[in-house]
Design a protein around this ligand. Structure first.
Ligand code: SDX
Length: 464
């Protein structure tokens, strides 16, 4: 028993599951459910509680604790949700120990090497790879929604020229709900479908315009004769004074980067989108909330932070000093692009990006070899260091992505914007799944209160 301040804490003494029983879920599927027997000991009084144990198709089972509070008067406590499943999902599966990432069952490596981004969007949204006719229809639907309401272009002028593009993304995407009222009713499946397509289609246009605004160049309109990635590159790098031909190598590499970033189960920004959507907020507001969360350096902002970190390290000789700082608890410095809440093995996306790095640098004839060499040496030294090995800290998706994006000509301030462009389909797919979930309720965690007990107001004259 732990006790603090005279209070006693109840805690799990033992969990054992027994006997499987067939049962039907709300969606009419048959599942084998066991029960988890929880033996609770409170103030030396032992009590037994049997809670359903739910099995997924892959990965750990979960103890269904929905009745825990009503049956015991106790909450669970799990800061950062390290051991908490917030929902049931069929979209993405991660095995952090084995470094596995599946989109609707397909390994990310195969999709990145053989698929294209809009095909991956279709897969994440609808659960299957599209047939040719479906792929054409989906591509047409997306391409025809890439333009923005012309009045939106005035929004950018409200920002300072040096505004971070992520600040612009949060503002402009949130404003979309003021222009597209006909796709904000979340209870209408057709409006949800149109909003989903609009968000996937318009994010690249908004991202390109945020970039153009930051460098003082005129906006380039989307073109319906270009593919999704080619259109984005054209809007980003074309200028009115001359033709711009998209480099197919660059387009292929960026498509791979987008595929790798498209979804990642219940990460912080996706959970933000789900929580915002659970209140009934419109889809544009939910995605704006996801963008805001992704911006953090512990999450999607890490790709920009990695480039800044490599710039600070500068030479291989200075690596040991920074490794030392990363291990020092009194030093806020962390090795950006390293570590992950779920992956306790090499992030499979980092492995693909690492080999893409070399391809892109060679094919674009960009001499960023020193930067890549620094990153590879930093990884090598870290992975041989006990501190990182003990904590299973490996390179994550952000460690190499910035080197590729910089070689493509993007400034580091645009790296997280590109992450948001790619992740929009994952956010939208998870948002739709959340709304269609019959068990869906507004997300409202509880807490353990450790503040003051009830006390009476004290007038100013008595506050000495
Ligand atoms: C993304 O969740 C997702 O799926 C996210 C994402 C997605 O696709 O949506 O994969 C994208 O966000 C990737 C992560 C990008 N962030 C970074 O690269 C920032 C650097 N990494 C860390 O901030 C950290 O690793 C996190 C935030 C990613 C994970 O943090 P956790 O799971 O809360 O782990 P932790 O902070 O509890 O760390 C465990 C230990 C601690 O040491 P001890 O207290 O055990 O002594 O590892 C240490 C940490 O200090 N540690 C690091 C470290 N990451 C963790 N030490 C030095 N450098 C690091 N990068």
């Amino acid at each position: 028993m732990d006790s603090r301040g005279g209070r006693r804490y109840l805690y799990l003494a033992d969990v054992s599951d027994f006997g499987g029983k067939k049962c039907m879920t709300e969606s009419g599927q048959e599942k084998t459910e066991n029960a988890a027997a929880l033996h609770l000991e409170v103030d030396d009084a032992a009590d037994s509680l049997s809670l359903p144990l739910m099995h997924g198709s892959l990965g750990p089972s979960v103890i269904d604790i929905r009745e825990l509070y009503s049956r015991t008067g106790h909450f669970t406590y799990d800061p950062g949700f390290m051991s908490t499943a917030s929902c049931e999902s069929t979209i993405t599966y991660i095995d952090g120990n084995d470094g596995v990432l599946l989109y609707r069952g397909y390994p990310i490596e195969q999709l990145a090497d053989r698929g294209d981004f809009l095909e991956t969007c279709f897969l994440l949204l609808y659960g299957e790879l599209p047939k040719l006719s479906e792929a054409d229809r989906f591509r047409q639907a997306v391409i025809r929604h890439t333009m923005l309401h012309e009045q939106l272009s005035y929004f950018y002028r409200g920002f300072r020229r040096d505004a971070h593009p992520m600040a612009i993304m949060v503002g402009v995407v949130g404003a979309l709900s003021a222009f597209y009222h006909d796709s904000t009713d979340i209870n209408d499946p057709e409006q949800r479908r149109i909003a989903s397509i609009r968000l996937i289609a318009k994010m690249p246009t908004i991202a390109a315009q945020a970039y153009k605004f930051s460098i003082g160049q005129p906006f380039t309109y989307p073109r319906n004769d270009l593919g999704f990635v080619e259109n984005f590159l054209h809007m980003t790098f074309a200028v009115p004074c001359e033709d711009y031909l998209v480099n197919p190598v660059l387009a292929r590499a960026l498509a791979r980067v987008f595929i790798l970033h498209a979804d990642h189960e219940q990460n912080a920004s996706t959970s933000t989108v789900r929580i915002a959507g659970s209140s009934g907020a419109n889809p544009f507001a939910c995605i704006a909330a996801g963008i805001a969360c992704l911006w953090g350096p512990a999450h999607g902002g890490a790709n920009e932070a990695v480039l800044n970190m490599l710039g600070e390290i500068r030479t291989v000789e200075r690596i040991p000093g920074f490794i030392k700082r990363a291990k020092d608890k009194d030093d806020p410095f962390r090795l950006m692009g390293f570590g992950h809440r779920v992956y306790k093995n090499y992030d499979p996306r980092a492995a693909v990006l690492r080999r893409t790095c070399r391809d892109v640098l060679e094919q674009l004839d960009v001499n960023d070899e020193p930067l890549l060499k620094l990153a590879v040496e930093l990884e090598r030294i870290a992975l041989e260091d006990e501190y990182f090995v003990e904590r299973n800290l490996y390179p994550n998706v952000d460690f190499y992505s910035g080197i590729i994006l910089r070689a493509m000509g993007f400034p580091s301030s645009m790296f997280t914007v590109l992450f948001a462009v790619a992740r929009t389909v994952g956010w939208v797919a998870q948002w739709n799944e959340m709304i269609e979930d019959p068990l869906q309720k507004i997300g409202r965690p509880r807490q353990i209160y450790t503040g003051e007990s009830k006390r009476d107001y004290v007038g100013m004259e008595h506050r000495n």
